[in-house]
Design a protein around this ligand. Structure first.
Ligand code: NAD
Length: 293
């Protein structure tokens, strides 16, 4: 008694919705579309939608140049992404993946608005990096159909998706989100809720250590060179922060500091916060630790 029953998926995922067409939303929409799901991509501004579509086109272009994507596949994938500014377009989706800014208040409003629009049995997920799924679930009247579905950047290349089970998430929801993750060609792991889940509980202490090293006088270019060229990681911490987005990383670090005040307290004059205040958001606006573009 009390044991959770393993359930099987009940949905075919013919239609999905993605909220936010930024770095992650654009990537998630591409990944869902390329695997044959009609994907409604909603944002609040036309230029943002265009960025999301451009991101999908760029990935497909690269694939075509490498001979991995046919022109037919490219057309079918782009045809599967339906950009919109209107919630109504989400009326028939099986699942919504929320990927708007990493701000609990904004996410709360967006999740509430989503629940008012979608079908009663549609699944609602958040791609939050750090915010507690239980806290976000409080915005919903049916928290059993809600969980975290956390992709990594760049979505089309990173295999892992963390599925975060909230206290009220039903086993049917988890089974369906596992099925959608597999349909998208990704590898799911199911984890319990806490700020940062699994990967970011490892990654953010690394970023915090990097910030402290810089405050002790280290040069970020030199640290990146060591971590990438000599230690052998795909990129160093400064470059990774630019890829993640300085704004997203700074907001996420605040959530981690709130969740683990003793372990994850931010340092005064954290270089990441200073860059954020200077509006250097990383690759997304061509300037972060590095100048891009
Ligand atoms: P981003 O800043 O690139 O994009 C956010 C998008 O949300 C923008 O296009 C913005 O116009 C849109 N938006 C804002 N308010 C909205 C609303 N009310 N309705 C619809 N759209 C709205 O951010 P991102 O890096 O794509 O991050 C999105 C989410 O994904 C965050 O929760 C973040 O923590 C998470 N995430 C980010 C990364 C990463 O590496 N950047 C990795 C995993 C998860």
């Amino acid at each position: 008694k009390g044991k959770k029953q393993a359930k099987s998926a009940t949905k075919k995922f013919e239609q999905a919705g993605v909220l936010g067409a930024g770095i992650m939303g654009g990537g998630i929409a591409y990944q869902s579309a390329v695997k044959g799901t009609k994907t409604i991509m909603k944002d609040i501004a036309e230029p943002a939608l265009q960025l999301g579509l451009d991101e999908a086109s760029k990935i497909l272009d690269k694939g075509m140049k490498r001979g991995k994507v046919s022109s037919k596949k490219m057309a079918a994938t782009l045809n599967n992404i339906v950009p919109t500014l209107d919630y109504k377009a989400l009326e028939n989706v099986d699942i919504v993946i929320e990927a708007v800014v990493e701000n609990p208040k904004v996410k709360g409003i967006v999740l509430k608005e989503t629940e008012e629009t979608v079908a009663d049995d549609a699944i609602i997920c958040s791609n939050t990096s750090t915010i507690s799924i239980n806290a976000l679930a409080e915005n919903l009247s049916k928290p059993e159909r809600f969980c975290g579905m956390h992709f990594f950047n760049p979505v089309h290349r990173m295999p892992l998706v963390e599925i975060i089970r909230g206290e009220k998430t039903s086993e049917e929801t988890i089974a369906n989100v596992v099925a959608m993750t597999l349909k998208m060609g990704k590898t799911p792991i199911v984890v319990n809720d806490c700020p940062g889940f699994l990967v970011n509980r490892v990654l953010f202490p690394y970023f915090a250590g990097f910030s402290k090293l810089l405050l002790d006088g280290a040069d970020f270019v030199a640290v990146d060179k060591v971590m990438e060229k000599i230690f052998g990681w795909p990129m160093g911490p400064a470059f990774l922060l630019d890829v993640v987005g300085i704004d997203t990383a700074d907001h996420a670090a605040d959530v981690m500091a709130d969740g683990f005040p003793e372990r994850m307290k931010k340092v005064d004059n954290d270089p990441v916060t200073l860059l954020y205040k200077a509006e250097r958001y990383g690759q997304k606006n061509q300037k972060g630790f590095y100048n891009h573009g």
